[in-house]
Design a protein around this ligand. Structure first.
Ligand code: GLU
Length: 561
């Protein structure tokens, strides 16, 4: 067979050579050890937590080493593409501080365009490049066309899908298919000419020379040493519309773009043999690979399950609605990525997470466990260290979008709001009430008369007359100018007057001697002022509420009893 002739017949319009293309993608001039990584999502929906996770790794490895981080949009499957998904993806990633040095970006007109010298960065625009390398493979007898009718094509695609999932099936169960492949490999130039003249579509398949009995040693940066059985499957390189499969586009793009580290989900591990073969056939140097385990979650029964697209916590856009600050989510990801992150963070509390020396070796090779409780803990710590001003700004901005009535209340009184968030902030042991901005309203909404309600009732065991007497006693002696000691002494006096212990020790030693204790009296005030049994420090709450509100609320409660 004259392979060059075959190549010319199949790709009459391809005039460039691989060398011409290579010349347009010169090797990058980067310092020794600099890593070039890419995030390569398919624009088929929202950013998944399981996507933010590897993109953080790619970003860290590139930027920590003085390298380059790219965004490549893998939009070769028009059927699965979702309108606007690529734009949404770019915006969401930026929201989480994932910034790319080059790749697909949103231009001034709101449309996707390229930034950088190694583009186009959307695969759908790289068609001519793939065809140059496809032609090369055909001309070297490494790939061949399989002409089909549409029906046959559908059947083949079905096989491909299955083969993708379990490559072995292809050999065991698809003997008819293999026979068809064997025949297809023997196509003659005359047959090709006849098919082309008839306008029949063809897919381009690789001519696999592997022996699955033979294994190639391979080191994955996360999975460690592996033995990869050679590929003997004639997998598809170009679909009948000329569009490349993932395998082919991956090899061509990562080579030309100078990717040094391919970081992707472990679902690609079974295809690695194909990729190794492709890089070899194309004469490309194999990059390093990191196959990341799926993120897991615990189900209702405590069993580990994959965090699927539909699970709570999967869609990154939900985090904005839930009120998570992106910085908290990023820190949480760091704790999942490197087990020593928290220790480092405790010692370097004032440094950004980007200062942490992220280390591939400290990553777990099995799936990380996604856990909202842990995220909330991380988040509470971070928010507890923010200034009252920052919290005010962020809560207000969040509420303006997701709870506008509340947002307007906050926006109308920024200084008042800030004084609320200043309670218990700034010291060695700051309060940790907020994991999300949505937690603000239940925590401090009571400060605003417009939404203040009594949520918790007094326990029935208290005599209403006692509560009334305590509230009246407070109204009679309250002076907002009192310092905390004087203020508390007055509450103690009220307790004594109504036959309650003014000291918890004395009460515990002899509870029968009292009708109640000082904590009960404080609680009478707390429920009247905040509507809740639990609230921040009462003295601070009263200072912020101001005399008029304090008196009005206590009077109202007294009158209702
Ligand atoms: N588009 C592929 C995916 O979303 C990219 C995998 C890769 O990073 O190579 O799974």
């Amino acid at each position: 067979m004259d392979y060059q002739l075959l190549a010319d017949l199949l790709f009459p319009n391809v005039t460039e050579t691989p060398d011409d293309v290579e010349a347009k993608f010169p090797p990058r001039q980067l310092p020794e050890g600099a890593k070039v990584t890419r995030f390569a999502p398919s624009p088929t929906g929202f950013v998944h937590f399981g996507g933010l996770f590897p993109s953080t790794i790619c970003e860290r490895l590139a930027h920590q080493s003085g390298g380059v981080f790219m965004l490549r949009i893998e939009d070769t499957d028009a059927k699965r593409e979702v309108e606007g998904a690529a734009e949404g993806l770019i915006r969401t990633l930026a929201h989480y501080g994932i910034h790319f040095d080059e790749g697909a970006v949103i231009g001034e007109d709101g449309k996707i365009c390229d930034r950088g010298n190694y583009g186009p960065y959307c695969q759908s625009q790289r068609g001519p490049i793939y065809h140059v390398f496809a032609k090369k493979l055909v001309s070297e007898g490494r790939a061949y066309p399989v002409f089909t009718t549409q029906e046959e094509l559908d059947a083949l695609n079905a096989v491909d899908k299955k083969a993708e999932i379990k490559a072995k099936d292809w050999h065991e169960d698809q003997s008819a298919q293999r026979e068809a492949m064997r025949k297809a490999r023997e196509i003659t130039l005359d047959e090709v000419k006849a098919h082309l003249a008839a306008g029949d579509p063809f897919v381009l398949r690789i001519l696999a020379d592997g022996d699955p009995e033979k294994k190639t040693p391979f080191t994955d940066l996360i999975k460690g040493k592996l033995e990869i059985p050679e590929n003997d499957e004639d997998f598809v390189l170009l679909k009948s519309d000329g569009i490349p499969t993932y395998h082919f586009a991956h090899a061509v793009d990562d080579h030309l773009m100078g990717t040094t580290h391919v970081i992707r989900g472990e679902e690609w591990l079974p295809s690695l043999a194909k990729h190794i073969m492709l890089f070899r056939y194309l004469g490309f140097r194999l990059p390093k690979f990191m196959h990341i385990a799926q993120i897991m979650r615990l189900d209702e029964n405590g069993n580990k399950k994959k965090l699927s697209k539909r699970d709570m916590g999967a869609n990154m856009d939900d985090y904005s609605r839930m009120g998570y600050d992106p910085a908290c989510v990023c820190e949480y990801i760091m704790t999942l990525l490197n087990s020593n992150y928290e220790e480092w963070h405790a010692q370097n509390a004032d440094k950004p997470y980007t200062d942490f020396p992220f280390n591939i070796k400290k990553m777990s090779s099995s799936g990380c466990l996604f856990d909202f409780d842990k995220l909330n803990d991380v988040s509470k710590n971070i928010i507890s260290r923010m200034s009252a001003e920052e919290v005010t700004e962020k809560v207000t901005a969040w509420a303006m979008t997701y709870d506008p009535d509340f947002g307007k209340l906050l926006a109308k009184a920024p200084a008042f709001t800030e004084s609320i968030f200043a309670i218990g902030r700034g010291g060695k042991k700051p309060r940790k009430d907020l994991a999300t901005w949505a937690d603000a309203k239940p925590y401090m909404g009571f400060f605003f008369d417009e939404i203040f309600t009594i949520e918790d009732a007094y326990d029935e065991r208290f005599d209403k007359a006692d509560v009334k007497a305590a509230l009246n006693g407070f109204l009679a002696t309250y002076d907002p100018a009192d310092d905390m000691t004087v203020w508390f002494d007055k509450i103690k006096a009220i307790a004594r007057e109504i036959g309650y212990a003014d000291d918890m020790k004395a009460y515990k030693a002899n509870p029968e001697a009292y009708r109640g204790n000082i904590a009960d009296v404080s609680m009478f005030l707390r429920v009247a002022l905040t509507g809740k049994l639990n609230a921040p420090d009462m003295y601070a709450v009263m200072q912020v509420l101001g005399e008029a509100r304090v008196r009005a609320r206590i009077e109202k409660m007294r009158d209702s009893l």
